[in-house]
Design a protein around this ligand. Structure first.
Ligand SMILES: [Zn+2]
Ligand SMILES: [Zn+2]
Length: 181
């Protein structure tokens, strides 16, 4: 998929500029916990400015992300607005910081992809105090589906039930040759 913009009117005319509206769905914008649905466009008005080095493209991109709560796995939607400012230069290669200008046009798709994927959260939450799913029964703690006893209590009581002090003392005595007579 490409979002090509003809920029022949700007190239080689430093100081010239115009605004370009983008409103394209961009396929494949996704991480494990976030995505922009393919039917939802990433939209914005971008200012194209002709500069000595090529074209400076700046503005903001807006859209909607579909997220999955990292704790309870509930689907959530979140609007986003991302500021971009990137240089497009003739002869730029994939290892350059600039995006390329090829045959008098630029493809905005890689810039949109980079900006949106970078803005995707690693651990989205449906709400700041989401209680998440129980690791033992899988119940949603937000909905009261989990009836497991509190984990910290059972862990401490298990420790308290262990009475290993005699064993440890006995092993220490054996090692010193004591405790057999
Ligand atoms: Zn949640
Ligand atoms: Zn549980």
């Amino acid at each position: 998929m490409t979002v090509p913009i003809d920029v022949r009117d700007l190239l080689g005319h430093p100081g010239a500029s115009r605004t370009v509206h983008v409103g394209e769905p961009v396929a494949g914008l996704a991480t494990q916990v976030a995505s922009v649905p393919e039917d939802r466009p990433v939209a914005g008005d971008l200012l194209f400015e002709s500069v000595i080095e090529g074209l400076l493209v700046s503005g903001s991109l807006e859209g909607t992300m579909a997220l999955v709560c990292a704790r309870c796995l509930k689907p959530i939607e979140s609007a986003f607005r991302i500021d971009v400012q990137e240089l497009f230069a003739p002869g730029a290669t994939p290892t350059d910081d600039e995006y390329p200008v090829t045959d008098g046009s630029v493809d905005l798709e890689p810039m949109i992809r980079d900006a949106v994927v970078l803005a995707m959260p690693f651990a989205p939450l449906c709400r700041p105090d989401c209680q998440g799913l129980c690791e033992r029964c899988g119940g949603d703690r937000n909905l009261g589906e989990c009836a497991c006893p509190p984990e910290t209590d059972s862990r401490w009581s298990a420790l308290l039930e262990l009475n290993f002090s005699d064993d440890v003392m006995g092993m220490a005595r054996e090692r010193r040759g004591e405790g057999r007579g």
